[in-house]
Design a protein around this ligand. Sequence first.
Ligand code: BTN
Length: 331
Amino acid sequence: MKLDNEKIIQILKDHEGRFVSGEVISQEVGITRAAIWKRIAALKDLGYVVDARQNMGYRLMRSPDILTPSEIQYRLGTKIVGKEVRYYPVLESTNAEAFRLASSGAADGLVVITDHQTGGKGRLNRTWFSFRRQSISLSVVLRPKIVPYLATMLTYMTGIALYEAIYAQTAIKPSLKWPNDILMRGKKVAGVLCELNTETDIVNFAVIGMGVNLNVRKKRFPEEIREASTSLYEETKKRLKRVAFVKELLRQLDYWYSVFLRDGGDSRILAEWKERSQIVGQNVRIRSFEEEIVGKVVDVDSYGALMIETEDDKKKRVIAGDLETVVIAEE
Ligand code: BTN
């Protein structure tokens, strides 16, 4: 059941640019015309620009760029991802909140989104820096019926969705860096953190967290990550609308999740990820559990592990680690 405010926003949006009478809203929402007047005043406080005229009713002139369900879900058109959206002005971590909600039964596709994270988590227990209203921080609960080893493909699937959303919004193709980074001009613009609740042979649920440096100015990044980081703003010199970006991202995720479910995860997703990462054939240096591996990537297997041919002609399989350098020149 939608809240009254959400219903009013939806009606106004459906008539965007045209007047809709108080009478019509009153009938559809089931509250008095006086109550509507009060709620419209509250919407104005949120940043909605509404023209209110006697005998004509209300006309929505502009919606604010806020991450509420009313904005994100309006004509979203997804099948699973974003069927429920929870917005919070501040959270420690959207992944932590989504994990908590999933543990108490939240449905496949629930989105948790915030304006600001105070304790964002990165991969390998690192800190992820978010900036109030400048970053996108969101997590999605997914409940695919898969064996745990296939969960790496959820990270790859999300990388593809981020790649496509960034391309659609900026007309610039980013690149995918193993295992979970999205880069522009070699600098990190977004990251994925997939956390799981599993039993030995089944995934109960996955929480996929996405952090995107949207409108962050370079000088705002802490010094230790400034040179290695970028944002969509820095790459385009344009401020992007948060709602438009999030809707594009959720639509992409919904599409790629349907591909994942149809294919069982390890064929098409892997192939699409490989194509966008162009990792096969690259010469790399990887730090994996205190070991340094240097060699050429010959393949990525269905566990998401890199198959490396080392300089002394040995084959190594690397399941986790940090890809430190791409060693360029090869004779
Ligand atoms: C990484 O690159 O190491 C992964 C970064 C993932 C950050 C996102 S922001 C939303 C979600 N909530 C978190 O605490 N982390 C992820």
